[in-house]
Ligand binder design. Structure first.
Ligand SMILES: Cc1cc2nc3c(=O)[nH]c(=O)nc-3n(C[C@H](O)[C@H](O)[C@H](O)COP(=O)(O)OP(=O)(O)OC[C@H]3O[C@@H](n4cnc5c(N)ncnc54)[C@H](O)[C@@H]3O)c2cc1C
Length: 378
């Protein structure tokens, strides 16, 4: 059986970003690394959006960036300059090929296109359709759904159409971060729009809910939204569909010194927003430092005060029954939106956080907090 220092299971976003980090640091040049991915990873199946105020490794792959954003609900809209942030977007096919090419060139890496049938965490063996491989450390991005009463699971799910219009229709320097003017249907539903040019944009119908809906339902809503906004004569160039789990389940508790979950499977999707890609960079930095300093990986704990905020926020959203959009409206109307982005980035001070909590209907949050305390379930 061929033996490796590290095996990375899954060559999606986190597996590739971790590979990229290994390739970029000469400390790992003498490590023998295997990455195993079952898909061909050539299609543009995901549009990775994120905001950033500094350069990161992701910038090598950015397709477009914006300086302005808009938040809307049925009563109002607010356009704001994102400075010091920029909202950036990466096409997944470019992301896969950019890092994939680096892997192919790296002498210490092997890329295996195969299906993983089993990860034997006790004996450190990965069993695939094309053989078994052993490794000192296994990193896995293969997500298995988890549900625990203590950590409820909300799903962020969506279908997005990339449409092209004949005439100039979009402001290509402004994204629509959230447009809650759509019918909430007793849930949390909004449109997210990324204009790539004046006549091309991704228009995505997004829900935060426990159950998924049919493709027809998402697409009917996109169609009627475009009609209501007088966007006509368009052709659909691409479609993307996805689901991101929103949960505070402490995935890191399953990690050992030799088996480590990464990406969404490791709980790297921010529970309150689903944003993952930039989070992955931060988490990978922690892994790299631990490996370089020979610190045990099991000691890595991704839990801070923001984890508690996310826990409470999810409770509030789940209990909101169609009024969840009000929480977002309060956040964006009663605060400088930049402070909200900073908060979601987990970079605010406690004083800033207090001012944010006081800007929303605090009663709902206190109610959720009391419920958690009474159930001893924090
Ligand atoms: C459509 C979509 C759009 C998104 N947009 C954003 C965004 O704008 N911003 C953001 O921050 N986040 C976004 N996310 C969330 C998150 O960034 C992505 O889901 C990201 O791909 C998560 O990375 P990952 O490595 O955890 O999972 P993945 O990228 O899904 O990687 C896991 C890999 O494991 C492979 N795999 C699974 N099972 C096996 C097996 N048995 N054998 C071998 N290989 C296997 C899969 O093929 C996959 O390639 C989006 C998610 C989706 C679904």
């Amino acid at each position: 059986m061929e033996k490796f220092d590290y095996i990375i299971c899954g060559g999606g976003a986190s597996g590739l970003l971790l590979s990229n980090a290994f390739i970029s640091d000469k400390f790992f040049n003498d490590k023998k690394i295997l990455i195993i991915e079952k898909e061909s990873k050539t299609s543009n199946d995901k549009t990775f959006g994120f905001w950033n105020d500094k350069e990161s490794v992701l910038d090598e792959m950015v397709f477009k960036e914006w300086e302005f954003a808009e938040f809307k609900d049925s009563n109002s809209y607010n356009t704001f300059l994102l400075n010091p942030y920029k909202y950036k977007m990466i096409k997944s096919n470019q992301f896969y090929s950019h890092i994939g090419n680096k892997i192919l060139k790296a002498a210490n890496f092997k890329y295996l296109n195969s299906n993983i049938n089993e990860i034997d965490e006790i004996n450190n063996i990965v069993k695939t359709d094309d053989g078994k491989f052993s490794s000192s450390i296994i990193f896995s991005s293969i997500y298995n759904e988890v549900t625990f009463k203590k950590y409820p699971l909300l799903k962020q799910h969506f279908i997005g159409w990339t449409i092209e219009t004949k005439s100039e229709t979009f402001d290509d320097n402004k994204i629509t971060f959230m447009d809650f003017s759509v019918d909430q249907k007793d849930e949390i539903r909004f449109m997210y729009i990324l204009p790539f040019s004046k006549n091309k944009a991704l228009v995505e119908y997004t829900l935060f809910s426990k159950e998924l809906i049919t493709d027809d339902e998402y697409e009917k809503e996109i169609k009627s939204y475009l009609k209501e906004n007088n966007i006509q004569g368009y052709t659909i160039k691409e479609k993307e569909k996805g689901m991101i789990p929103m949960t505070c389940y402490p995935f890191f508790e399953n990690n050992t010194d030799t088996y480590f979950q990464i990406g969404t499977a490791g709980g790297w999707s921010k529970p309150s927003t689903g944003y993952t890609i930039k989070n992955s960079i931060k988490k990978i930095d922690v892994i790299i430092e631990s490996l370089k300093q020979s610190k045990p990986l099991s000691k890595i704990r991704f839990k801070n005060r923001f984890w508690y905020y996310d826990l409470l926020f999810l409770d509030v959203l789940i209990a909101s029954k169609g009024r969840g959009s009000q929480v977002f409206s309060d956040l964006f109307k009663n605060n400088d939106p930049i402070k909200i982005f900073k908060f979601l980035d987990e970079n605010t001070s406690v004083v800033e956080e207090l001012s944010i909590f006081l800007s929303v209907d605090i009663k709902t949050f206190v109610r959720s907090l009391l419920k958690r305390i009474l159930n001893f379930s924090i």
